[in-house]
Design a protein around this ligand. Structure first.
Ligand code: ATP
Length: 514
């Protein structure tokens, strides 16, 4: 575990050193849980967004995009339930003065039971060697059974408390489990209180009578309130989807783990409108499609898992998360929710406008049901970065730090490097750049020894380096170095475009989704 934390620290500092992610307002000592994307980060982020957007809008003829405003009429957040119920239960430790989410403290405690069980199993596996039967061990070992029983009891009690919104019980669980503050090590806890996560601000001058508005905590509501506009003007027929990418804001109580939990972040959400009664079929379909989208990136199928929710929001009838194995454990990257007709019905009620669909096949009107897929751009970015980061031992004893980014997502696709800064090589290299730059993000670099330049490109995940040498001037060939294998092949300048395109184009990735 400690080793994994170490790796994570290295990833965070690598992200800063190579212009991917900077802490916000750094020269003013930063702003907690807010980050800026640097010159390489913004390109990687844009590529992730493009991959999602194209997978939604190009590959599905019944999905269209919108871009709604961040500010919306405040009644929208009454209707959606966010004003009354978008809360986290918080608790303070009186000694350290640190604030925690009560539910997270309890979830961490459950994870501790899991870790203890895993340790017992690993110990026994080592002791028994080949003959070890894990299922039998788990079913019979007294210590494991005891830990499992305590964990299950905790899980049941916790689920009930959360479902009942019972803040007193949440506190009692923390007390009974003897959970201590990780900073002060004490059990000196306050009561548990609800805390609304929405940011508020004022719109209009006070003379006009200012109105309280919220920074949207999700992009989905912008889609729901435009349902009628899009359906009518696009002449959309059910089933159809509306996709949107945009900023969302949440005043998270405990912000930690770098860009995993931010106060300002970006979401890619798609709401898919279906016939009532068909939602679970579509839920299963979108679960499958979304996992396929993740796996097509080739970061390792074993790094993903579904986590089906046993506690459902009151309006949902099915929900699952796609979790990714981060250095700090399997964590939610995307949520897929069957939201029934809750949102559209609420907006119908609060706005007084009829929000229905006339289904010509059924000859009947109804309020559509909705399947939502919701993924955080920043969490996706983090999963890509974590899986790409590698400190590789080379045969000559050196190590190189390399980002094995999926080539279509890489911020820079190729770097053109004249071997020396004379003899007409820079001019020839510039000529090549001037051809490639229209289709690929292309770097030109002439400073430092060639090996050093390769390393710099490895560190930002550039899939190809093109080296121009004296032979280039004679026969118009260059060496093409591939990032992951470090293999160098001699190729004609005329073939560069196709060779690079085949590996880095987004289309090659999208084709895998067919
Ligand atoms: P969590 O349980 O981690 O707070 P959530 O279940 O509240 O997340 P959703 O409301 O389902 O998250 O939001 C959809 C997606 O938006 C999440 O899967 C995640 O990728 C992203 N997301 C949510 N909150 C944040 C945040 N504070 N920072 C970055 N991304 C976020």
């Amino acid at each position: 575990m400690a080793q994994q934390e170490d790796v994570f620290k290295k990833i965070v500092s690598h992200a800063k050193e190579y212009g991917f992610v900077f802490p916000s307002s750094e020269i003013y000592d930063g702003l907690s849980a807010v980050y800026d994307y640097g010159q390489n980060g913004v390109e990687l982020k844009n590529n992730i967004k493009r991959y999602w957007w194209d997978a939604m809008t190009l590959l599905h003829e019944n999905i269209v995009g919108i871009d709604s405003a961040i500010f919306m009429h405040p009644t929208i957040w009454k209707a959606s339930g966010h004003v009354d119920a978008f809360n986290d239960p918080l608790i303070d430790n009186r000694d350290s003065k640190k604030r925690y989410r009560a539910d997270v403290l309890i979830e961490d405690q459950m994870a501790k039971y899991d870790e203890k069980i895993a340790k017992e199993v690993a110990k026994a596996a080592k002791r028994f060697g080949e003959a070890f039967d894990e299922a039998q061990f788990r079913a019979t070992n007294g210590r494991v059974l005891d830990l499992q029983a305590r964990r299950d009891a905790l899980h049941e009690r916790f689920s009930k408390a959360m479902n009942d919104n019972d803040l007193g019980e949440l506190r009692q669980i923390i007390v009974d489990e003897e959970i201590v503050c990780p900073i002060s090590g004490t059990k000196n806890w306050t009561e548990v209180r609800q805390f609304n996560l929405m940011f508020k601000t004022e719109m209009g001058s006070t003379a006009d009578g200012a109105m309280t508005v919220y920074l949207r905590p999700e992009t989905a509501q912008g889609i729901f309130v435009n349902y009628l506009n899009v359906q009518k003007t696009g002449r959309m027929r059910i089933p159809f989807g509306i996709a949107q990418i945009g900023k969302a804001f949440r005043n998270e109580i405990v912000a930690r783990q770098f860009i995993f939990r931010m106060r300002e972040f970006e979401q890619m959400e798609m709401q898919f409108f279906v016939r009532p009664g068909e939602e679970l079929k579509w839920f299963a379909q979108w679960k499958e499609w979304r996992l396929k989208w993740h796996k097509a990136l080739g970061m390792g199928d074993e790094k993903y898992r579904y986590h089906d929710h046993d506690k459902l929001a009151h309006y949902a009838n099915a929900a699952t998360d796609i979790e990714f194995q981060m250095p700090f454990g399997f964590k939610e990257v995307e949520g897929i929710h069957s939201r029934t007709n809750f949102d559209l019905s609420q907006h119908q009620k609060f706005s007084g406008k009829k929000i229905e669909y006339f289904d010509p096949e059924l000859n009947q009107s109804y309020t559509p049901y909705v399947i939502e897929t919701s993924i955080g751009v920043d969490r996706m970015f983090l999963s890509v970065l974590c899986s790409a980061y590698d400190e590789e031992q080379l045969p000559n004893g050196e190590t190189r730090t390399v980002l094995h980014l999926p080539a279509p997502l890489a911020p820079v696709k190729c770097a053109v490097l004249p071997l020396v800064r004379k003899d007409g090589l820079p001019e020839k290299a510039r000529e090549i750049v001037d051809e490639l730059k229209f289709d690929f993000a292309t770097h030109y670099e002439e400073k430092d020894a060639i090996g050093k330049r390769y390393r710099r490109q490895d560190a930002i995940g550039t899939p190809f380096c093109i080296t121009v040498d004296h032979q280039t001037l004679e026969d118009n060939t260059v060496t093409l170095r591939e990032r992951d294998s470090m293999e160098q092949t001699r190729v004609s300048v005329d073939d560069l475009h196709k060779l690079i395109h085949d590996r880095v184009s987004l289309a090659s990735l999208l084709r895998k989704l067919r």
